[in-house]
Design a protein around this ligand. Structure first.
Ligand code: ADP
Ligand code: ZN
Length: 209
């Protein structure tokens, strides 16, 4: 859990490395569907481009399919899901069915003022998925991917007006999940406003060994 721009994706990559878990990002799954122009991608694109959440039914269906893969049998890390209380309920039902339970819900927080800079500065490589930030983590040559030399792009939903809408949506629809998992006793929080080393040190403290 964490607002857009909190760095969930970066934190997730680190957890994946530390625990050897499959990293499932619903945002990435949607972007893949859009790139491949699948029926799910066509339906989701409208919502994503204007900064709205994709409807729960579609999101849950896509996630349930992904969790059915063999690589999830020993556990998994969800990034960007659940984002609504209904999604959280659906997840619980799915997990009960397969005998899993959530170990931890991790809240990645950053002060509001950092969020706009992170998101409006974000650039991504459409070919290899590498991410950069023109302010804090620029590529060696402006606009060009260090890894594969492709031209960097800005996500359509990283434009200023859309960012503001995504932040409002987070506050209204997703933030209530913090209480939901707090009540279950599995919420852990880290502050991701410092450097990555500081974040990773906190991770080691709040995650199970
Ligand atoms: P960010 O965390 O920066 O918003 P993501 O890559 O996680 O980026 O998500 C991008 C977009 O994909 C969201 O704004 C939303 O439209 C859609 N999306 C991702 N996950 C979900 C979800 N669980 N429920 C509904 N929509 C989602
Ligand atoms: Zn690249």
């Amino acid at each position: 859990l964490g607002p857009p721009g909190s760095g969930k994706g970066t934190v997730a990559e680190k957890i994946k490395e530390l625990y050897g878990l499959v990293h499932i990002s619903t945002g990435d799954l949607f972007r893949n569907c859009i790139r491949q122009n699948t029926p799910i991608g066509q339906e989701a694109k409208v919502f994503i481009d204007r900064g709205d959440l994709v409807p729960d039914e579609l999101t849950v269906r896509m996630l349930a399919e992904r969790l059915d893969n063999d690589d999830c049998a020993d556990g998994f890390l969800l990034d960007g899901f659940p984002r609504t209380l209904d999604q959280a309920d659906a997840l619980e039902a799915l997990m009960n069915k397969s005998g899993f339970s959530l170990d931890v819900a991790l809240n990645v927080s950053v002060p509001d003022r950092m969020i706009m800079e992170r998101l409006s500065g974000r650039r991504v490589c459409p070919e290899c998925g590498a991410t950069y930030n023109i302010y804090s983590q620029p590529s060696l040559e402006p606009g060009i991917c260090d890894v594969c030399q492709s031209e960097l792009t800005q996500r359509p939903d990283d434009k200023d007006a859309t960012i503001r809408h995504r932040l409002d949506t987070y506050a209204v629809r997703t933030a209530p999940l913090l209480d939901y998992y707090e009540q279950q006793g599995i919420l852990r929080s880290i502050d991701n406003s410092g450097d990555l080393a500081a974040t990773f040190a906190q991770l080691k403290e709040v995650l199970p060994q």
